[in-house]
Ligand binder design. Structure first.
Ligand code: DX5
Ligand code: ZN
Length: 237
């Protein structure tokens, strides 16, 4: 599957930008080759050094695109604070990071402090709200940090850049993290990878065991007529 991250879209034309990459089925104009998901990167300026979008963007996209699948990626220190707001705004899926539960978060660099969330509680609330739940891990965090919560999640998101911005260089070690994780997951649990992915490395990402490939600049950084080709190359079919 291919997820189009709207972080690199033109925010002044957001609904049209999203239509240009979605299949007809999801209310877009990209034909059957469109993206499977819209990926919404939510950043709080604390867990990562950038501020992006909140539940109102999700609500606006849900209104404009009732059939689109909205995949919310929370890069925030306190994910529990936003679960209900995104459910109410029409999100289908919420992924949050394991690092705040380990007391690792950052503003301008890695910062250690008190644990800021209980993943089991947040996953439970995401499920109660009728959404699927994902747990994300940053490149420097040891993958076994995910172990206590792996069996509860629908998806694991392996970051292949340090989160905060689109257009960064792919970190190769993410492929090894994915290979290691796959054997601990049930078949129906998905692995998503996010950051620095494009047609040039997508095949290697899929071969490592990833089911969902997220791309922002490799899709929205191109003129509209070239976007479907990029999505097809990222998805691999
Ligand atoms: C990074 C975000 C990514 C980002 C990907 O913090 O989580 O989703 O938008 O951007 P590209 O595909 O340009 O690396
Ligand atoms: Zn993301």
């Amino acid at each position: 599957m291919a997820a189009a991250s709207i972080l690199s879209a033109d925010f002044g034309r957001m609904a049209d930008e999203c239509r240009s990459v979605l299949s007809d089925e999801q209310g877009g104009s990209a034909g059957p080759g469109g993206a499977d998901l819209l990926h919404l990167d939510v950043m709080d300026g604390h867990f990562v050094p950038n501020l992006t979008m909140g539940p109102d963007m999700c609500r606006g996209l849900r209104r404009a695109l009732p059939s689109a699948t909205l995949d919310v990626h929370l890069m925030v220190t306190d994910p529990g604070q936003y679960v209900d707001a995104f459910a109410d705004a029409g999100a289908d899926h919420v992924t949050f990071h394991v690092e705040p539960a380990l007391g690792v978060y950052r503003s301008k660099g890695p910062v250690e402090g008190p644990a800021r969330c209980d993943p089991a509680e947040v996953i439970g609330r995401v499920h109660e709200a009728g959404m699927t739940a994902g747990l994300a891990i940053n490149p420097p965090t040891p993958p076994d940090a995910l172990t206590p919560w792996l069996e509860m999640v629908d998806l694991v998101l392996v970051m292949s850049v340090n989160p905060g911005f689109s257009g960064q260089r792919f970190i190769e070690a993410a492929l090894e993290t994915t290979r290691g994780l796959r054997r601990f997951l049930r078949d129906e649990q998905l692995i998503q990878m996010d950051g620095g992915i494009g047609p040039e490395n997508a095949e290697r990402v899929r071969e490592s065991g990833c089911d969902v490939l997220v791309a922002a600049s490799a899709i929205f950084g191109r003129p509209e007529p070239e976007r479907i080709g990029a999505i097809t190359a990222i998805r691999g079919s």
